[in-house]
Structure formats: C-alpha cells, structure tokens
Design a protein around this ligand. Structure first.
Ligand code: SAH
Length: 255
C-alpha cells in the first residue's frame, strides 16, 4: 500500500483562519508531507490570491479544500479528533499528547479501521484554531485529545502553518514506520471505532434522557455535556460498544 493511502486519511481542519496567506502556507506544509485533505471552517477570506501565492505549487490542495460552516460538519466522518493547542493548561483535565504520539496514534486508528482487507476506512482530524485566540471551549469539547508542540514556555504560540508543518511531518514519519512494520501483530485489532457523528447522536440521546429524568437541569447545566463528551471521547469506543450503551439507554427510558 502506498504511503499516500494512509496520509490521505488525515484531515487538516483550520478554524476561522483570518490570514488567507496562512491557509496557503498550511496547504504547502501539507503537500510537502503528502497530506491532501484540507477543510476550512468559516475562513475569513477564501478563495484568495494571497492563499494561492503562499501555497506555491500546492494550489491543488487549495482547489480540493472543503469549506464548511461548523467544526461539527468538518469532523462528522472522522473517528478521532485531535485539537492542536498552543496552550498548556485548560480548565478540564485533558490528555495532552506531543506531536510524535499524536501521529503514531493517528496512523494506528486509520489502519485499525480497515480490518484485515487493508482497505482503510478510518479518518482522523487534526484541528487548528484561530490565529488570535486558538480554539474555543466548545470546539475543544468536540476533540478527543489535545496535542501540544513543546515550545519555549515563555512564547509557545507558533504560526499556524508552522504548527501544521510539524504535525504533518510527524504523520509522515509515523506512516513510513507503520509501512515497515510486521502487520501480523495488528491482526486482532479489527473492531471499528465510532465516528464523531455517531458519538454526537448518542450524546444528544443521552442529554434528552438526562433532562427527562431530572438529572440534568437545563437552567444549570454545570458543563455536564462538555464533561461527558470529553469522557466518552477519551474511550475510543467501538460501534458494538456504542450499540450496547444505546440499548441500555432505551431500556432505562422505558422504566
Ligand atoms: N493565541 C492563540 C494561538 C493561536 S496560534 C492561543 O492562545 O491559543 C493558531 C493555532 O496554531 C493554534 O490554535 C494551534 O492550533 C496551533 N498552534 C500554535 N502553536 C502551537 C503549539 N505550540 N502546539 C500546538 N499547536 C499550536
């Protein structure tokens, strides 16, 4: 299987990028490492001549870029979502990865979804925030894990395209190493992970059930849904496990 097949399953998502030149530079960073799936959430200006100039010979990545309104749409078919954050600490206890581990984990998830037939189905999103303010708490809540590029603690904010470059480079190395691996050791890891849309549908169902039961007071939500979203996101559930949870929920609702 060519390296390209693995790398095309990694989606780079840029949220509300304000400088079109950064979109072009990110596209170039992706193409140099063999990534091709770019999704722009509500960019300030796109298409834009400055993006083309900075993309140089990676204009094809821009030409195929999807433009969507929300992060939910950008990640709906993804099985795992990494949020890239310039900040070290957040109010909720995040599991924070370094780029190398994030890339290895991404390749593992992508290859796991294909089963023994080797036809890769898994998709991973790497999400990058606004130049001015990064990712909002609502956006972070949609991510399964956070990745932080270790930097000078006194100045930790990279240009967004530089951050894309570092993660894309690590993804290339991880994909290369995976190709060299003896695949027989992976043969029992064929269970399919749920994607973001399936998890969201479950959480909507759970939220309604919690409101109905009085456990969740919509007037005083106490960040309950964000906390549950993080908890379930961390699990890396398979489809059959999610089916089990949904079945339980339906049964409890009948009581
Ligand atoms: N001022 C913003 C930084 C935005 S930089 C803030 O405080 O969050 C734009 C984006 O580049 C970030 O949202 C993040 O996705 C990425 N980025 C920049 N530096 C990074 C780092 N050290 N580690 C991981 N991602 C980084």
């Amino acid at each position: 299987m060519p390296l390209r097949k693995l790398l095309e399953k990694i989606r780079i998502v840029l949220i509300h990028t304000s400088h079109p030149g950064n979109i072009g530079a990110a596209a170039r960073a992706m193409k140099t490492m063999g990534l091709s799936d770019l999704c722009l959430v509500n960019p300030k200006s796109f298409p834009d001549e400055q993006a083309n100039v900075m993309a140089s010979s990676a204009e094809d990545v821009l030409a195929h870029a999807q433009v969507v309104d929300t992060l939910e749409e950008a990640i709906a078919d993804c099985h795992w979502v990494f949020g890239s954050s310039a900040r070290h600490q957040r109010s909720l206890a995040w599991s924070l990865l370094e780029p190398r581990d994030c890339a290895q984990e991404s390749i593992r998830i992508i290859s796991q979804q294909g089963g023994q037939q080797g036809n890769l189905q898994g998709k991973v999103a790497l999400v990058f925030g606004r130049e001015s303010s990064g990712l909002t708490n609502e956006e972070l809540a949609l991510c399964n894990q956070l990745v932080h590029i270790p930097t000078n603690p006194d100045y930790s904010s990279l240009n967004i395209a530089s951050a894309v470059q570092i993660l894309a480079y690590e993804c290339r190395l991880a994909a290369r190493d995976w190709m060299a691996l003896d695949k027989s050791v992976l043969e029992d890891s064929t269970s399919e992970l749920v994607n973001a849309a399936e998890l969201e549908a479950y959480l909507n169902h759970l939220e309604k059930a919690m409101v109905r039961s009085g456990f969740l007071d919509p007037e005083k939500p106490r960040h309950l849904m964000a906390r549950l979203c993080r908890l379930y996101g961390r699990l890396g559930m398979t489809r059959s496990e999610l089916k089990l949870l949904r079945g339980m929920l339906v049964a409890f609702e009948k009581c």
